[in-house]
Design a binder for this molecule. Structure first.
Ligand code: HEC
Length: 112
């Protein structure tokens, strides 16, 4: 009986660990990877969006979470489609990175 209880507790602890490792998956939402987003942002956006670049400096804190949300919802980049500026499958990750570090986020970030 005692053994069974310990086993059950161990199972619960393990389940909690697994849950903690995959919070986004458990929410059932389509979420990008922040880490990939940062990488792609540097690779695909920073080329133009640096201080001396043609797009001007742009960092996560350039917009609020709602503004980023709106930007990606429209899917437009100026009068071009955003998917013309960056590969489609990178967008979800870049979006996650930018929103997670937006001006009004818990961890605003100026670098990319
Ligand atoms: C080829 C160069 C280039 C690349 C790559 C590029 N941008 Fe831009 N971006 C520009 C230029 C030029 C402007 C300003 C003129 C305009 O609005 O089209 C701009 C404007 C913007 C703006 C402000 C205008 C708006 O629509 O709110 C945002 C936000 C933006 N870019 C985000 C991004 C993101 C995110 C990426 C990467 C996924 C990216 N850009 C990649 C050149 C680029």
């Amino acid at each position: 009986m005692k053994r069974l209880t310990i086993g059950a507790i161990a199972m619960v602890i393990m389940a909690l660990f697994i849950l903690a490792m995959f919070p986004q998956d458990m929410m059932g939402e389509e979420k990008g990877s922040e880490k990939k987003g940062k990488y792609y942002y540097k690779k695909s956006c920073k080329t133009c969006h640096s201080k001396d670049g043609e797009g001007g400096e742009l960092t996560p804190i350039s917009k609020t979470q709602a503004q980023w949300e709106e930007f990606f919802e429209k899917g437009m980049h100026g009068d071009q489609k955003l998917s013309d500026a960056v590969e489609e499958d990178q967008i979800i990750h870049i979006k996650t990175f930018l929103i997670n570090h937006a001006a009004d986020s818990d961890q605003p970030e100026t670098c990319g």
